[in-house]
Write a protein that binds this ligand. Structure first.
Ligand code: 5GP
Ligand code: ZN
Length: 137
């Protein structure tokens, strides 16, 4: 399989490793939002986060948030974002599911461009019903 992150796990492409266990691998992002930006990936190849097994996904979240704490303590950041892009339209470039751990400071000059739309009367509940009708856990 021609996957850059699978090659990183296999050691065929060099990376700067932060952590590894039987389920996940964490390494420095090559083009960081802030210096210290880390990626946490499942060792098993999955294009989408939705097919990552629950135990592995839980480990990704746990390791990601503990790395976030290490970014605060080790690099003097004040917080961090956990970010996961699923699908090209959502900004996913590498098709091996990955969790970004982005260190953040009050004045780091980075803005997510988070917008806030408004629901019409009843629209939120109606939208929720459509989501729930398709929710499979
Ligand atoms: P995405 O946009 O898919 O959510 O994020 C992909 C991330 O992978 C980007 O932040 C990019 O900098 C990082 N990346 C892409 N290729 C490499 C690589 O060869 N090595 C490392 N360490 N990071 C990479
Ligand atoms: Zn892969």
């Amino acid at each position: 399989m021609n996957c850059i992150f699978c090659k990183i796990i296999a050691g065929e492409i060099p990376s700067v490793k932060i952590y590894e266990d039987e389920l996940v691998f964490a390494f420095m992002d090559i083009a960081p939002i802030n210096k210290g930006h880390v990626l946490v990936i499942p060792k098993e190849h999955h294009n989408s986060s939705s097919t990552v097994p629950e135990e592995t996904g839980g480990r990704m979240f746990h390791v990601g948030s503990r790395i976030g704490v290490a970014l605060k303590r080790g690099l003097d950041f004040e917080g961090f974002n956990l970010h996961l892009a699923d699908g090209t339209c959502a900004g996913q470039v590498v098709n091996h599911a990955h969790l970004h751990v982005v260190p953040r400071g009050v004045e780091d000059g980075f803005h997510w461009n988070w917008r806030q739309l408004e629901y019409a009367e009843g629209e939120s509940a109606e939208t929720a019903e459509r989501i729930k009708s398709k929710l499979k856990l």
